[in-house]
Design a protein around this ligand. Structure first.
Ligand SMILES: Nc1ncnc2c1ncn2[C@@H]1O[C@H](COP(=O)(O)OP(=O)(O)OP(=O)(O)O)[C@@H](O)[C@H]1O
Ligand SMILES: [Mg+2]
Length: 597
């Protein structure tokens, strides 16, 4: 899967926008209503200069009783047109903005729910920040397109065509002159305006860079302070912010120049045309006609400018659309099969697990075999300890059991069913895991444990907490189970976080339990408590436990020693110590001679 990682959505051919159609299709009715409002508003806009002329020529110029009546009538008519314009414009704005917000919300949901079913491989190659920026920034570009640009384009195309026709009807000769003038005035403004917009985007990007940097550092405050990097970080941020300031100033200078240029050019053109018109009025044109003419010319100029701007927006939206569609098209390499098998009913002992000749390389590092030729039979109810040096492949084995990745060779069977033919949810519901790195969500203790089984009652949560030796410390928190644990669980100690994670896995009550260094962060006393709890929890289920600690390893039915992705030794603690191989040396090192004694 290759994903375009450039920050700036590239300009793409507008054809890409067709990909948005499925998101627009459900709202046909709203589009028609918005279109109607738009037509009425454009018609009213085009009628205003005409009404003006009527008012000036017939209203002001005709005297007498007749004239006074006319005045009332024409003013009333003009106000009527304005009323229609106001209501129709408001209706168009409402409908079109609604569409923009609706489509963006749908897109965001679609992208997010697609991203959360991707396998870990996806998150190894795609940065989270990038997914976030697509859900926020890219969808905002599309929102601008649907919510503003499309209607702007239609409205201005209508105004342009209508204005052009009315202009030529009013005076063909002046129209030809004014077209040349418009080209001379509008084109440079549009061209320079683009440059300004590019600069303003660059300036936003610089601010985003600075805040991304600050975000990472704020999340790592203890490390920053422990290494006394506060000043270095502050300086790095300073440089980044100064950079943003510089870019902003560039934009402001360009913007000032643009403002001056626009005012000079536009007023120059207006004065010139007025001057021409003044000469024409002396000849054949009435004052009203001249007024009408100038208003149409202004409409035309406005519409050309707006159309040019819309083109730029549409191109950027096309780039954003392409990236979003790319993200939506990403297929997770791990998929449920169409016609999944089912697991046999759960037995009182737990699940049986068979691994046959598994070999696996991480897709991001294909040159290294993380696991090779692993074969292992685990009886229901058995407790198997996995030990081995760091990087041996222990955690990798768990990842394969959960089908976060599929092995390149070999098969894994749960209760005799190849896990490839199980629905992902069926498989993962049968497995409880306490991962090596504990994840605590910013919620209270109750909710964090309940994550193990949505819908578990408070009593069940508390029972699981008691089993995991977590109840006591949770009770001592100021608000007990309702205590907020902080972002990433910062308000807990490492051992407390681990016990929450154990309680979460126990609440799930799975037939297969995977413990990855589940007690590594505990002191001797809590470890004994948790150990006892885990042993109780191991009854009625199969358990694979990655551990270095003697207590855990010794009580396992079997110990598997992994090294460089191979199984090098198998046996009970006593057998392996007697073999005097890798396990014996690991144990000797770790327990500081305890084992030999
Ligand atoms: N996502 C990944 N992409 C590429 N390589 C990986 C990935 N995760 C782990 N590895 C590599 O695979 C090998 C096995 O890693 P694994 O996490 O299974 O080790 P471990 O036995 O659990 O070690 P530890 O005891 O330190 O937790 C290591 O060499 C590691 O660098
Ligand atoms: Mg590990």
């Amino acid at each position: 899967m290759t994903i375009n990682t450039s920050k700036e959505p590239q300009k793409r051919s507008l054809g890409t926008l067709i990909g948005l159609l499925p998101f627009l299709a459900p709202y046909k009715r709203q589009f028609v209503m918005a279109g109607l409002a738009l037509l009425v508003a454009a018609g009213a806009t085009l009628a205003i200069p005409y009404a003006f002329r009527q008012m000036i020529d017939l209203g002001f110029s005709t005297g007498g009783i007749q004239g006074a009546n006319h005045i009332d009538l024409y003013f009333l008519a003009l106000f009527g047109v304005a009323c229609v314009l106001g209501v129709a414009t408001a209706a168009r704005f409402y409908m079109v903005s609604w569409l923009g917000e609706r489509v963006t919300a749908d897109l965001r949901s679609a992208v997010y729910s697609h991203v959360v079913i991707q396998s870990p491989q996806f998150f190894e190659t795609t940065k989270t920040g990038e997914v976030l920026s697509r859900i926020t920034t890219d969808t905002t570009l599309i929102q601008a397109l649907v919510g503003t640009s499309i209607s702007m384009a239609l409205r201005n195309a209508l105004l342009f065509t209508g204005g052009m026709i009315m202009l030529f009807i009013t005076s063909a000769k002046l129209s030809a002159i004014i077209l040349v003038m418009l080209a001379l005035v509008v084109l440079p403004i549009v061209w320079y305006g683009r440059r300004v917009r590019k600069l303003s985007r660059a300036s936003q990007d610089r601010v985003a860079d600075a805040s991304a940097m600050a975000g990472e550092i704020l999340n790592a405050m203890p490390t920053v302070q422990a290494f006394t990097h506060e000043h270095i970080e502050a300086q790095r941020f300073d440089i980044s912010i100064e950079n943003a300031f510089g870019t902003a100033m560039e934009r402001i200078r360009a913007r000032s120049l643009l403002t001056m240029m626009a005012i000079l050019l536009v007023f120059g053109a207006i004065v010139f045309v007025l001057w021409l018109g003044a000469h024409a009025v002396q000849g054949r044109m009435s004052g009203g006609e001249l007024g009408q003419f100038i208003l149409y010319a202004a409409l035309l100029a406005g519409s050309i400018g707006a159309l040019a701007e819309v083109m730029g927006d549409a191109q950027r939206a096309a780039g954003a659309t392409e990236r979003l569609l790319e993200l939506l098209a990403a297929q997770s390499p791990v998929q449920s099969v169409l016609l999944p098998d089912t697991l046999p009913p759960r037995t009182a002992q737990g699940a049986a697990l068979t691994m046959e000749n598994i070999s696996f390389r991480y897709p991001s590092r294909p040159e290294n075999a993380a696991l090779s030729a692993i074969s292992l039979d685990v009886r229901p109810g058995e407790t198997v300890a996995l030990v081995g040096p760091s990087g041996a492949g222990k955690t990798t084995l768990f990842q394969l059991l959960l089908r976060f990745y599929d092995p390149q060779h070999g098969s894994i069977k749960l209760d005799g069913v190849d896990i490839k033919y199980l629905e992902l949810h069926t498989l993962r519901n049968a497995i409880g895991i306490v991962p090596q790195e504990t994840i605590i969500f910013s919620a209270n203790a109750m909710e964090n444990i309940r994550y193990g089984r949505v819908g578990a009652s408070d009593a069940e949560v508390i029972a699981a907490a008691k089993m995991a030796a977590a109840h006591e410390f949770i009770e001592r928190l100021p608000e007990g189970y309702q205590a907020f644990l902080g972002e990433r669980g910062v308000r807990l100690s490492g051992g407390q976080r681990q016990r929450i994670a154990i309680a979460r896995a126990l609440l799930k009550n799975p037939p297969l339990l995977l413990l990855d260094e589940a007690t590594s962060a505990l002191d001797a006393e809590s470890e004994r408590a948790v150990q006892g709890a885990l042993e109780a929890a191991m009854i009625g289920r199969t358990t694979l436990v990655i551990a270095h600690r003697l207590a855990t390893v010794q009580r396992a039915d079997r110990i598997i020693v992994l090294e460089h992705g191979h199984i090098v030794e198998t046996g009970t603690h006593t057998e392996l110590v007697a073999q005097n191989g890798l396990y014996a040396s690991l144990a000797a090192l770790q327990f500081n001679g305890l084992v030999d004694a």
